[in-house]
Design a protein around this ligand. Structure first.
Ligand code: CP
Length: 316
């Protein structure tokens, strides 16, 4: 079976294929009767070992809009709390003959471990600081749609994307970097020194510690929150100092291109990494559009990854 555990290593055509597949679902999701029966008869299990609002709900909605039966394993009420291991949990779910599993886990690599053990496609809904592939795809779809709405070509070449925040702990940053650099965009990453990953030199990006410099001429500004839950002793400024150095304020936004797109994967810490008047800036903020595109991308991924099971030709 083919899995979606990360965007690293995917070819440009594979990324574009998934974005193109999602377009049909963007349209369907805007209709009053938002339903297809493409995945009727299939069972999808969502197992989230870490908290989520957007990813969990949009995977559930995506599966249901395609006619699948979707069940959510509630980790807090599960036998994980009685000491069952990750592998035993995965083998238990596998024995229920799910047709796809969507897994979020706090440890990098945990989703690949499960994918190698089970008999159905596995989709990574975020593993530690490793990857969050559907977030990378939904962000690329959001950028492409805004570009085409503004009359530009939906081409990532020549586009400058600045990603600012806790790059060290961010699976969102890593998936976006893989996706956007593969599609030809120039990506800048900006973080305080303690939150810049050591492997940045191998990431095909331009690193910055000075946010004003990183913003200069940017077409897209993507803000990330400080992931306190993954910190282990790094020195980080106080929220007030952090906003002063790395917060996206209206004044600072003016350093980017005049129509630069504002993005944030959520959840946001308003007044820390992004001010409310920036997050809610009409015509410029893509934050709710990112959520909308998330459902379409997850529908596309569930459809494409279950094509082998359904004996339908396709990417998988
Ligand atoms: N962007 C994102 O992954 O949000 P959730 O943690 O709410 O799923």
């Amino acid at each position: 079976h083919r899995d979606l555990t990360g965007l690293a290593g995917l070819a440009p055509w594979e990324l574009l294929f998934l974005l193109d597949e999602a377009e049909q679902w963007v349209e369907l999701n805007r209709q009053p009767q938002k339903r297809s029966e493409k995945l009727a008869g299939l069972t999808i299990i969502n197992a989230f070992f870490e908290n989520s609002t957007r990813t969990l709900l949009s995977f559930e909605i995506a599966g249901k809009r395609l006619g699948a039966d979707v069940v959510n394993m509630l980790v807090a009420q599960s036998s994980v709390k009685k000491g069952e291991t990750l592998i035993d949990t995965a083998m238990t779910l596998n024995a229920m003959h799910a047709d796809a599993m969507v897994i979020r886990h706090q440890s990098s690599g945990a989703v690949r471990l499960i994918a190698d053990k089970v008999d159905c496609p596995v989709l990574n809904a975020g593993d530690g600081q490793h990857e969050h592939p559907t977030q990378g795809l939904l962000d690329a779809l959001t950028i492409r749609n805004f570009m085409t709405e503004r009359g530009a070509k939906g081409d990532f070449g020549g586009l400058t994307v600045t990603i600012c925040g806790d790059i060290l702990h961010s699976r969102v940053a890593r998936s976006n970097v893989h996706c956007l650099t593969t599609l030809g965009a120039d990506v800048r990453v900006c973080a305080p020194p303690a939150l810049m990953p050591a492997e940045v030199d191998a990431m095909k990006v331009t690193p910055f510690h000075d946010f004003d410099a990183a913003l200069k001429g940017a077409d897209v500004v993507m803000m990330l929150r400080l992931q306190q839950e993954r910190m282990s002793g790094q020195f980080i400024p106080s929220p007030r100092e952090y906003r002063h150095l790395y917060g996206l304020t209206l004044d600072r936004l003016a350093k980017a291109k005049p129509d630069a797109l504002i993005m944030h994967p959520g959840p946001m810490n308003r007044g820390v990494e992004i001010d409310s008047n920036v997050a809610d800036l009409a015509g410029r903020s893509a934050i709710t559009s990112q959520v909308e595109m998330g459902v379409a991308i997850r529908m596309a991924c569930l459809d494409v990854l279950t094509r082998r099971t359904r004996k339908v030709e396709g990417w998988a």
